[in-house]
Design a protein around this ligand. Structure first.
Ligand code: PLP
Length: 404
């Protein structure tokens, strides 16, 4: 019998042989367009801090003030005694921002998905998810015990087929002892590793036709799309039709935490049933205060201006990369395929001063490795151009490989 240590080393060797080993890279500077790694300054194209708020003076000041007023820690779960004022203020701000009756915050987006889906569904229910949804939704679906069905990415015909099947299950159960199943569809609005959009209006039409519920994860869209920058659902005019709007406060909002927005009954129910909310110490009050300050910036002209800068960067970058398809978000994937090759291109880019992560299995499918460039409002035009000019030859080469 190998020892525990030997067994784990053997497993790590297997991961390494497949080009899939992950290692933490220590960063010795604040989050921003330039970060310090291994004593070198690199231009950072890896962050989801799309508006550059993570290191914004207003967020830092709000966090510092919350520490002064409410301390460093929350002391207990929200239901025990940790429901500090900054969480309530954040949830009121969030509900107003999203235009929903109520909002509930969790320590992370991951915890929000886990708590919500497992609270809403049980083994008699059906959950239908897009093939590319985030791991937290897949994990939540499995944990809920509901029947899990996956539809091909953004494929409405496939979704419709599955809904038809779910409908037959529901009809078969009608009048029987087991309760009629609830059907929940879950999708992201802007997909995290591909940067493309879900056809939300068409999905809404389908869920209405089949009497299903819809949960939309706006992790990469909150703060960036729509007149009030509520997300892609706002841009497509379907907010009112979505039962469960989910997102994170850790990306464009620059802070930390996850949220669920919807009707008052949904929030009251989650307070009673979402285990990741109930059985976990409340986040630090500083995180809530920072997120509230971020919503303050979004509402001001500064928020609009940051968003404009981000889209200008995306346009400028796209123009340099003739071979790349039209970007729909600040997430720009350069698909490479082979894991080891993606790693070596990323390492090459680091040598040239750019930090661009290589994304591999299990974040994406095997042999679907890619460079994932994310642009932010805090990059300078020169930084964007420098990366674009470095990547253009590579991009041409990659599209050549694809066409060959
Ligand atoms: C990042 C992310 C999450 C998780 O949010 P955290 O606050 O980081 O836990 C959920 N869904 C998607 C699509 C994400 O990209």
């Amino acid at each position: 019998m190998p020892s525990f240590d030997q067994e784990l080393r053997r497993r790590l060797d297997t991961i390494r042989e497949q080009g899939l080993l992950r290692e933490l890279r220590r960063v010795d500077s604040a989050q921003g367009p330039r970060i310090c790694i291994g004593g070198r300054e690199l231009i950072n194209f890896s962050s989801n801090d799309y508006l550059g708020l993570a290191n914004h003076p207003a967020l830092k000041e709000a966090a510092t003030k919350a520490i002064a007023d409410f301390g460093a820690g929350a002391g207990a779960s929200r239901l025990m005694c940790g429901s500090l004022a900054p969480f309530h203020q954040l949830e009121e701000t969030l509900a107003t921002f999203k235009g929903t009756e109520a909002a509930l915050t969790f320590s992370t987006g991951y915890a929000a998905a886990l708590g919500t889906i497992t609270a809403l569904l049980g083994k008699d229910d059906i959950i239908i998810v897009d093939k590319l949804v985030h791991a937290c939704i897949v994990d939540a679906a499995r944990l809920s015990g509901a029947k899990l069905r996956v539809f091909a990415h953004n494929d409405l015909n496939n979704l419709k087929e599955i809904l038809k099947w779910a409908d037959t299950v529901r009809t078969a159960n009608c009048g029987s002892q087991t309760k009629s199943p609830h059907i929940l569809i879950v999708t992201e609005s802007v997909f995290s590793m591909d940067g493309d959009h879900a056809p939300l209006a068409e999905i809404v039409a389908l869920k209405e036709a089949y009497g299903a519920w819809l949960m939309v994860d706006e992790a990469h869209a909150t703060g960036l799309y729509g007149v009030n920058r509520r997300g892609l659902a706002e841009e497509l005019g379907v907010c009112e039709m979505i039962e469960i709007q989910m997102g994170t406060l850790g990306k464009a909002l620059g802070a930390s935490g996850g949220y669920i927005c919807g009707c008052r009954a949904l929030v009251d129910f989650l307070v009673n049933r979402a285990r990741s909310f109930i059985f976990s110490t409340a986040p630090v009050p500083a995180a809530a205060a920072a997120a509230t300050a971020a919503f303050g910036i979004l509402r001001q002209p500064e928020g609009a201006s940051l968003c404009r800068t981000l889209w200008e960067h995306i346009d400028a970058f796209q123009k340099l990369n003739a071979a790349m398809y039209l970007p729909l978000s600040a997430i720009l994937p350069f698909k490479i395929g082979d894991e080891s090759r993606a790693m070596s291109v990323a390492s090459d880019l680091r040598e040239r001063g750019f930090f661009v992560p290589a994304i591999r299995y299990p974040t994406v499918a095997r042999k679907a490795a890619r460079l994932r460039v994310t642009l932010t409002a805090s990059h300078s035009k020169e930084e964007i151009m420098a990366l674009g000019n470095t990547l253009t030859p590579l991009s041409l080469q990659l599209s050549g490989l694809r066409d060959a």
